[in-house]
Design a protein around this ligand. Structure first.
Ligand SMILES: [Zn+2]
Length: 410
């Protein structure tokens, strides 16, 4: 499968409620891959009348086609990103992952001079978690927030089909802007699936319909497929991962963190899940531990056996060497959906929040490390977890963001 960048222009306001129940529910910030896939599947069935081979290839086989979410910016901030409480990234943008790794090494105790990771250098306000989307700016990330507005609507009386007395409600929606592109996304497709999808979009003038209130004119989105991107250069990727680990060890060992007893031969890597993921254990219970889905990773220990770090249980790899869990910044979110085929709500699921990140440390010989790196390359290519054809479970190994924003710029 090749990755195809997708851009979207809103032709009408798009309202997608975060919560199924509430009438005052706020709107989500992006269009989930589930909705993109559902909208296209519904168009396909309207046009062709039944599910044929192309339908299965496009919407049911996750080895031939996957739909990513449509977001206001090309990249999602990791859960470890923080910014100034008052002036946001205008003042400060820091990533706390490497600092968090130092805290685990020193069992919660770190040197005193660590206000750089807690306070804004400009105004001394606290640093707070920074959620949302970004794109590469000139020297700092450029914050991309969608253009949200609120509309008041009159309820319609079912008996008379006219305006209902005293019934007003508000609706938050993404509003079309004057920008060339409102939303950025991607899809993965093999050659046959891509050809079928291009044909479908051409037949429908590239227009799909998503979200609530479509009978009131909401939800029209125009999709544009970009040129397929070839496979990533895995050679340069693996070199970047090694450099990431090398830089991290140098960072931990130097002041003010000064973590003692670091071995320069260790290989640290992080697994980030920028689109979230659905993990279940072997009893199909939802979990936030990647070890439930990736058999060669060690399970996250409970807090009482987690410290000191060197006594943490490690997992022996079949190719040699051991992997130890270091830290994780993660959380659960509830995923809701609507099953259009049944006309019923989908079963709610617990998913990993977008931007979750896990860190592991590998100890072994250089040869054993190469075997691990090959497994990491497979993981970043295939993704992990359930519902991958709806964009869940994409994996970024050793994201450069953590290295680049490891401390506040002076
Ligand atoms: Zn500030």
């Amino acid at each position: 499968m090749n990755k195809v960048p997708v851009t979207a222009k809103l032709l009408a306001p798009v309202a997608i409620k975060r919560d199924r129940q509430s009438e005052r529910s706020e709107s989500v910030r992006s269009v989930a891959g589930t909705l993109v896939r559902g909208a296209l599947a519904s168009l396909y069935l309207q046009r062709h009348g039944q599910a044929d081979d192309d339908f299965n290839r496009l919407f049911l086989n996750e080895a031939s086609c996957r739909f990513g979410p449509l977001d206001p910016g090309p990249k999602h901030f990791p859960l470890t990103a923080v910014s100034c409480k008052r002036e946001r990234i205008e003042h400060a943008m820091v990533d706390q992952l490497w600092f968090c790794i130092a805290q685990h090494h020193r069992a919660g105790y770190v040197a005193e001079n660590t206000t750089a990771w807690r306070q804004c250098r400009e105004c001394e306000a606290d640093l707070k978690g920074h959620d949302g989307f970004w794109k590469q700016g000139d020297d700092r990330p450029c914050d991309m927030s969608s253009n949200h507005q609120v509309a008041a609507h009159v309820g319609i009386d079912r008996q008379t089909a006219t305006a209902a007395e005293s019934i007003l409600y508000t609706l938050e929606f993404m509003s079309p802007s004057c920008k060339k592109v409102d939303l950025y996304g991607w899809l993965m497709a093999d050659a046959d699936a891509l050809a079928a999808l291009e044909q479908l979009l051409q037949d429908e003038s590239n227009c799909i319909s998503v979200g609530h209130h479509r009978t009131r004119g909401y939800g029209d989105v125009c999709l544009t497929l970009g040129e397929p991107v070839g496979r990533d250069d895995s050679q340069s990727n693996t070199e970047n991962w090694k450099q990431w680990s090398h830089d991290l060890i140098a960072f931990l060992g130097s002041p003010p963190l000064s973590v003692p007893d670091l071995d320069p031969k260790d290989f640290y890597f992080s697994l980030s899940l920028p689109t979230g993921a659905v993990f279940v254990d072997r009893f199909l219970r939802y979990t936030i531990d990647p070890a439930a889905m990736i058999p060669w990773l060690p399970a996250m220990p409970s807090v009482d056996v987690a410290f000191p770090l060197k006594d943490r249980p490690s997992h022996q790899l079949s190719a040699g060497g051991t992997v130890r869990w270091i830290t994780a910044v993660t959380r659960h979110e509830r995923l809701r959906g609507w099953n259009a085929a049944h006309g019923l709500p989908r079963q709610d699921e617990w998913v990993l929040a977008r931007g979750a990140v896990y860190v592991y440390c590998f100890q072994g010989t250089a040869e054993e490390r190469e075997a691990l790196i090959a497994q990491l390359a497979t993981l970043s290519k295939d993704g992990v977890g359930l519902r991958r054809n709806e964009g869940f479970g994409t994996v970024t190994v050793s994201d450069d963001f953590h290295c680049r924003f490891r401390q506040q710029e002076v």
